[in-house]
Design a protein around this ligand. Structure first.
Ligand code: ATP
Length: 257
């Protein structure tokens, strides 16, 4: 279970960042009083446009950055009080985490397995399962720097799942992947969901959220604009699809409704 209560994350911008953002205000509220609950056995999608605060939220859950305000509990552990326990529970995949280009997929998989204190036999079994599922055996001995984008993404997914975590946090899991590879990733997430794991993803692709997510939290400007199943959000906004729903919510939020 992931429980977020009144999460706020404020970044202090340096001069360069202020110039890039064309602002004179050094305070950037990336996430603003966000509350949500995601449960085992569901794929929860954080959906929103660029800069909405999705990655920031996932980084706070994953203990990479500290919330400015609010509470986050992962499997009953508070992220600020017991970050090590939280890290044991989760597998976190984000575009920012780059695997060392000098090492082979096989070596890195074993290395991260040992880092998570997974017994050697279990690492072997996990490798067999994940490398077979994602068709990785042909490039297991290749160095990360020799891989295509899709191969590297598969390697990153396998590495972050080596310890068989109960909670899987994926920041834009299909980013940069072709449709065949993207489908194998989303099918695998569904398989994990059906095994009772909790999956939380971020995406700005409306059709991906429609097909994949059991519940969706629509984030606009750091705030939760809507939450529920696809049907619930469409009903609430009187929309035909998520894209229409987004524009209804976007207009409401801009008009302060
Ligand atoms: N380290 C940082 N320092 C300053 N501002 C930041 C930092 N990280 C993110 N931001 C700002 O916070 C806001 C939210 O960013 P975030 O990356 O969480 O959004 P996102 O919804 O994941 O967007 P995208 O879909 O583009 O990845 C943006 O305005 C971004 O510029």
């Amino acid at each position: 279970m992931i429980e977020i209560k009144n999460l706020t994350k404020i970044y202090r911008l340096n001069k360069k960042q202020m110039k890039e953002s064309k602002t004179t205000n050094p305070i950037k509220t990336a996430v603003d009083d966000l509350s949500l609950t995601a449960k085992p056995g569901e794929i929860y999608g954080l959906l929103g446009p660029n800069g909405a605060g999705k990655t920031t939220t996932l980084r706070c859950i994953s203990t990479i950055i500290k919330p400015t305000k609010g509470e986050i509990c992962v499997s009953g552990y508070e992220v600020q009080k017991e970050p090590e326990k939280v890290r044991e529970e989760i597998g976190f995949l984000t575009g920012d985490i780059k695997l060392d280009p000098q090492f082979s997929v096989d070596y890195l998989f074993e290395f991260f397995g040992r880092l998570h204190k997974v017994p050697a036999e279990k690492i072997k079994a996990r490798k067999e399962e994940l490398f077979t599922y994602f068709g990785m055996k042909d490039f297991a001995q290749k160095k990360i720097k020799e891989l295509s984008t899709g191969m590297a993404q598969k390697a990153a997914i396998a590495v972050c799942l080596v310890h068989d975590p109960d909670i899987i946090i994926f920041d834009e899991p299909t980013n940069g992947l072709d449709i065949v590879t993207a489908r194998s990733v989303t099918d695998y997430l569904k398989k994990l969901r059906d095994e009772g794991k909790l999956i939380i993803i971020s995406t700005h692709i409306m059709s991906e959220a429609e097909k994949l997510c059991d519940r969706i939290g629509m984030i606009i400007d750091g705030r939760k604009a809507a939450e529920g199943s696809l049907e619930e959000i469409l009903h609430e906004t009187d929309a035909q699809d998520l894209e229409d729903a987004f524009f209804v919510l976007y207009k409401n939020q801009k008009e302060g409704r």
